[in-house]
Design a binder for this molecule. Structure first.
Ligand SMILES: [Zn+2]
Length: 100
């Protein structure tokens, strides 16, 4: 898979770029700070056998980026939907079960 991983030597950001023909060259600039001080890394997903290994091999910088974005996105809060649910004690009786 032509998915290449690059690390910026300035801001240490790691990002993946899908390189497909005719664009065979990788990025020239860091996606985050714009500097052109990139190192190509072996793709985590090309050398691992399952998703768990791939997740473990993710750079901590990437994990921090994901968590930062999650914190900025209230819609991503998993408990949000639970808080909207009506507890059984407060729910009205829906009537007899439907017989299919
Ligand atoms: Zn950078």
């Amino acid at each position: 898979m032509p998915l290449h991983t690059y690390q910026c030597n300035d801001c240490q950001s790691v990002f993946e770029v899908l390189v497909r023909p005719p664009r065979r060259q990788g990025p020239e600039k860091c996606e985050f700070c714009g500097k052109n001080n990139l190192t190509k890394k072996p793709s985590a997903f090309a050398v691992t056998h399952n998703e768990l290994d791939a997740l473990r091999s993710l750079d901590p910088t990437y994990k921090r980026m994901v968590e930062d974005q999650m914190a900025k996105t209230p819609e991503a809060e998993p408990m949000r939907h639970l808080n909207k649910l009506t507890p059984f004690s407060a729910a009205s009786d829906p009537g007899d079960p439907i017989d299919f």
